[in-house]
Design a protein around this ligand. Structure first.
Ligand SMILES: Nc1ncnc2c1ncn2[C@@H]1O[C@H](COP(=O)(O)OP(=O)(O)OP(=O)(O)O)[C@@H](O)[C@H]1O
Ligand SMILES: [Mg+2]
Length: 371
């Protein structure tokens, strides 16, 4: 599966753009602010029906215009699918596949799997534990609707339980029967969530290690540890034991909302001790593991977007990453970088096809490297 071409009308800095892509590697290089990331964002839109930079569609309409259109032709299993996304200010966003409009945007998500690695992902490494839970949950729920429903149910009951505990703080009385009902429901859904997270991590752990060792040429040791209160006891027992404490502190202290994904480099948390380049390498390996997981599940190689990934990485790691993703186990790739020479030099060494575009004045111009 790959994106053959993209057409943009009044999308961010692009008034009118038509571009043909390679089914393998596509690179966009140019100075800061010329619109490299915006191209990736348009491609992201066609997979997820939204921008990865803002949740406000009106910000993506070119200044002083009132609508944008993104269109792309995808090759999927030997046939061509035209995906259309149109948005007019103050109106609803419209999404079409082969000219037929979707009733719900959610029906489109999953058709064109995509993995993005961007500077904004650094929160996954340095942010709080909820960032890492969101990462894990986002991947599992994309292909497991039941998991998504259980997660929603868990969060809803957790909120209700916490509300009840807060009320106990104000009124000194709690309806134990209602608390019991909440505990039942939390235990049931929480236990499923725990099992699925555990399974997911066992699936990606060795793949992640393989990629990390490839990028770093095997010089550093990594571990991906999943911690959950449920590892020691089932949630029903935990909730029962912590009930008195919960009443005192007025919130639920045990459950899968306390799970943590610990990211370890050479025995220490990478969040605290890893250098910027090490953190970036870690992130890339994690996202490539995500790629492989999705590929295994849906049978298509997701489109891979690498936004500014090479910043802070040494030339050896850059080379390792490009060679890695150029390999056949990956599909179509889109890369942005400010440094055309850095990427151009590695590209001309690889065997597969690549298109290198120079971005300037809201135009794309193909560059042909001299071999
Ligand atoms: N709605 C919009 N209308 C017009 N221009 C916009 C709009 N939204 C963003 N831009 C412009 O897009 C540019 C930023 O584009 P983008 O983030 O793609 O740059 P970049 O090439 O990736 O830069 P960097 O190398 O710094 O990452 C800015 O100059 C900004 O003014
Ligand atoms: Mg950018």
């Amino acid at each position: 599966m790959y994106l053959e071409n993209l057409s943009l009308v009044n999308f961010k800095n692009y008034s009118d753009l038509e571009v043909q892509f390679s089914s393998k590697i596509n690179c966009f290089t140019g100075n800061n602010g010329v619109g490299k990331t915006n191209i990736l964002d348009a491609i992201y839109y066609l997979s997820f029906c939204k921008s990865f930079l803002t949740s406000n569609d009106s910000l993506t309409v070119k200044h002083a215009q009132d609508l944008f259109v993104i269109q792309g032709n995808y090759q999927i299993n030997g046939s061509t699918d035209l995906i259309y996304c149109g948005y007019e200010l103050n109106k609803r966003k419209r999404f079409k596949r082969n000219k037929k409009e979707y009733e719900k945007l959610a029906d489109h998500i999953g058709l064109i799997p995509l993995v993005l690695i961007s500077p904004y992902d650094s929160n996954l490494i340095i942010g709080g534990s909820e960032e890492r839970r969101r990462f894990v949950d986002g991947i599992i729920s994309q292909f497991d609707r039941e998991y998504l429903f259980e997660l929603q149910r868990y969060n809803r009951v957790l909120m209700q339980r916490n509300f009840l505990l807060k009320q106990y703080g104000s009124f000194g009385y709690i309806d134990e029967e209602v608390l019991e009902l909440y505990d039942e429901e939390l235990s049931e859904t929480g236990q499923h969530i725990f099992e699925k997270r555990k399974f997911f991590l066992s699936e990606i752990r060795s793949v992640f290690q393989k990629y990390f060792s490839h990028i770093t040429s095997g010089t550093e040791e990594v571990a991906l540890n999943y911690y959950s209160p449920l590892q020691e006891k089932d949630l029903k027992a935990l909730l029962k034991e912590s009930r008195e404490k919960d009443k005192q502190v007025r919130y639920t202290t045990e459950g899968v909302h306390k799970d943590e994904l610990e990211l370890i480099l050479d025995g220490y948390p990478i969040r605290k001790l890893g250098s910027q380049g090490q953190q970036k390498s870690y992130l890339v390996a994690l996202k490539l593991a995500q790629f492989e997981y999705i590929y295994k599940l849906c049978g298509f190689k997701p489109i891979l977007l690498l936004d500014d990934v090479f910043d802070k990485l040494d030339s050896q790691r850059v080379e390792q990453i490009i060679k890695l993703v150029a390999h056949n186990s990956f599909g179509q790739i889109f890369i942005t970088d400010t440094n055309p020479a850095r990427i151009g030099n590695v590209l001309k060494q690889i065997e597969g096809e690549y298109f290198h575009f120079h971005v300037e004045n809201s135009q794309l111009q193909r560059i042909y490297e001299e071999v």
